[in-house]
Design a protein around this ligand. Structure first.
Ligand SMILES: *[C@@H]1O[C@H](CO)[C@@H](O)[C@H](O)[C@H]1NC(C)=O
Ligand SMILES: *[C@@H]1O[C@H](CO)[C@@H](O)[C@H](O)[C@H]1NC(C)=O
Ligand SMILES: *[C@@H]1O[C@H](CO)[C@@H](O)[C@H](O)[C@H]1NC(C)=O
Length: 600
């Protein structure tokens, strides 16, 4: 046999071992690749739908996907390969580029959407199927809704790659059947601690669309700043950081529209009654309390806030509810989602000592407790919110049920966002009948591990370890980050948040959100802190962290997320590097253990 023929045979053999070089992220629920060989892709690949493409969202969605495909002519940056059988430079997918192409190239994307009118709201059907057949010129996409079809596009755009020349190909025919495990898949952006500009918000939404995350939880304000223009109270914006660092009503609507065009819901949060000073105090200083107190880490039993600057809405002052109602009503007209987040975390009792209204209320009846005070908030604020839009569901942080200052009775239709004590609190809330959004800080807080932000901190001013056997603030410890250490992508991806839950409890989990609190985040670092770690959550809540045999697939996810990070950057999302580039090019050479089953 000729040497060239042997090389040819070897090439084919390699191709059939590692079926394809690229796999989309999140991994689809079911994907099966064919074996008949690559298919060329015509340029442009045209959209054809079962209606007259009046649906702009679908048309624009495909336009964006095609623009990215054509501009990037993507070459997988980190291919999956068995340990020690890798190509040193996985450029231009050598196997597929040389293999014989199917005779019929792809020239069409045929989309069939069953229900064109389904609105983008909680629980909308996001499933799709995508088929590329050996003898067909069309990529066939079937979806129940436009939103499912958009997800199909972000899958398709990841599997059309460079043919090593000037053209494009799909490595093999493929059948994909896909739908999310959870309807609520989010990241939380905080624009109260630092301002985030619209272009940077759009960048986050681009990354979310590619990783099939469908909820932007927008923590709009905090005690530090109030960036939203409110027509009812134009003075609130005086507490924005500057005239430039504000969101007009039009800006907020643009974010909602940009997100919707990418199958992403925007759920606003106005954190109340705690974390409230900026904005509110401009309307009437008497509806906020303790804003002039020392937040006080010096004497912790007297602290009025968990971080500077202090401030809480006055729960007893009736004027509070008038202002809260008007602000809520106005924002309700801007944010179209049927869910709205009304905060309720970290109520600090000491703060209320500074309120005449509250101290008199306690004096009136000495049996009253801070739990009664929290109940007063629940009883007076929730009806105001619920009267604005009957069909709307409210979200609150779990503190209102599980912190020492919890209320006695919180309606069970309020969705609880769980951030403390991992599985314990998730278990408690779901056992009590609450629907839960998982945001456990030990797994999903993307801001953790960067040290403390409070200044004038003598704890850093230490030259040696007084007790080398004990981890402390500076030596072997978490370095002043209350929720340290840093949550790596593996920490996020490996989180089995339904561990030990009954089936009834599991049904109460609507999904998960990775928060990025912004004390140390602004435009400069937001993308590198969210990405690509948020994509690890994206896959966790879309198709899970286990294979069809129930085995954890983190080691297989490795090459997928390394490639995806390069793909995010190529698409303009400034994701942080996860490894030396060597590890991308040498699959599994950077694993901790050679044993590929070491993650259970
Ligand atoms: C607030 O009042 C309570 C009850 O009187 C008291 O125990 C606590 O020390 C006070 N806190 C501050 C910061 O003054
Ligand atoms: C949940 O936690 C609360 C407060 O710690 C406790 O009183 C309650 O018994 C717990 N409920 C369940 C079902 O675990
Ligand atoms: C799950 O339950 C088992 C058996 O009770 C226990 O040993 C384990 O610690 C629990 N896991 C978690 C994460 O709570």
């Amino acid at each position: 046999m000729h040497l060239a023929n042997i090389a040819q045979l070897l090439l084919i053999a390699t191709t059939s071992v590692a079926a394809v070089n690229v796999n989309p992220l999140p991994a689809p629920r079911h994907i099966s690749w064919g074996k008949s060989g690559p298919k060329s892709v015509a340029s442009p690949l045209k959209l054809s739908t079962n209606h007259d493409t009046r649906d702009e969202i679908l048309k624009e969605g495909w336009h964006r996907a095609w623009q990215s495909i054509a501009a990037l002519r993507w070459t997988p940056a980190a291919i999956e390969a068995p340990i020690s059988s890798f190509e040193p430079f996985p450029s231009a997918t050598p196997a597929a580029s040389k293999a014989k192409r199917a005779s019929v190239p792809l020239s069409l994307v045929k989309v069939h959407v069953e229900d064109l009118r389904a609105d983008l709201q909680h629980g909308v059907d996001e499933s799709y199927t995508l088929d590329i057949k050996e003898g067909s010129a069309a990529v066939q996409i079937n979806a129940q809704t436009v939103w499912g079809a958009l997800h199909a596009f972000t899958t398709l755009q990841q599997i059309i790659i460079s043919d090593g020349n000037l053209g494009l190909l799909v490595e093999q025919p493929v059948h994909i059947q896909d739908s999310p495990l959870y309807p609520y898949r989010g990241i939380m952006m905080d624009t109260g601690r630092n301002f985030i500009s619209l272009p940077k918000i759009f960048e986050q939404l681009d990354g979310m669309a590619l990783s099939k995350l469908n909820v932007l939880h927008w923590h709009l304000d905090d005690s530090q700043s109030w960036p939203m223009v409110i027509n009812a109270y134009p003075e609130m914006i005086k507490d924005a950081y500057s005239a430039r660092e504000t969101y007009s009503r039009k800006d907020m609507r643009r974010v909602v529209e940009y997100a919707r065009a990418r199958a992403i819901r925007v759920i606003p949060e106005v954190d109340m009654p705690s974390h409230s000073s900026a904005g509110w105090k401009q309307v009437d200083p008497e509806i906020v309390t303790c804003i002039d107190s020392w937040w006080s880490n010096d004497v912790w039993p007297l602290h009025t806030a968990v971080e500077p600057n202090p401030g809480q809405l006055d729960i007893i002052n009736p004027k509070t509810y008038e202002v809260v109602g008007n602000v809520y009503k106005e924002l309700s007209g801007i944010f179209s989602d049927n869910w709205f987040h009304v905060g309720a975390d970290e109520i600090q009792p000491n703060c209320f000592n500074f309120s005449r209204h509250v101290t008199e209320w306690f004096e009136e009846d000495p049996s009253r407790t801070y739990n009664d005070l929290a109940q007063h908030w629940v009883d007076h604020a929730i009806p105001i919110f619920q009267n604005v839009r009957k069909e709307r569901r409210l979200i609150m942080w779990e503190d209102i049920v599980l912190s020492p200052e919890h209320a006695h009775e919180v309606p069970k239709n309020i969705v609880m966002q769980s951030w403390n004590n991992g599985i314990d609190y998730i278990s408690n809330l779901t056992a009590n009948g609450y629907d839960v959004i998982v945001s456990s800080s030990d797994f999903l807080y993307l801001d953790c591990g960067h040290g403390g932000f409070v200044t004038n901190d003598p704890r850093y001013n230490v030259m040696s370890n007084p007790d080398p056997s004990t981890p402390n603030f500076n030596y072997g410890g978490i370095g002043g980050s209350w929720c340290g250490p840093y949550k790596s992508w593996q920490r996020v991806y490996d989180y089995d948040f339904t561990t030990n839950l009954t089936d009834a409890q599991k049904k109460h989990i609507v999904g998960a959100t990775a928060p990025l609190w912004a004390e140390q985040v602004d435009d400069v670092v937001i993308s590198s802190k969210f990405w690509p770690r948020a994509a690890a959550l994206g896959e966790l809540v879309w198709s899970g962290n286990r294979d069809e045999n129930g085995k954890k697939r983190t080691t297989l996810m490795t090459q997928r997320i390394l490639n995806f990070r390069e793909y995010l950057v190529a698409n303009g999302i400034m994701a942080a590097p996860l490894v030396p580039k060597y590890c991308l090019q040498h699959p599994h050479a950077c694993d901790l253990n050679q044993d590929q089953d070491s993650i259970q």
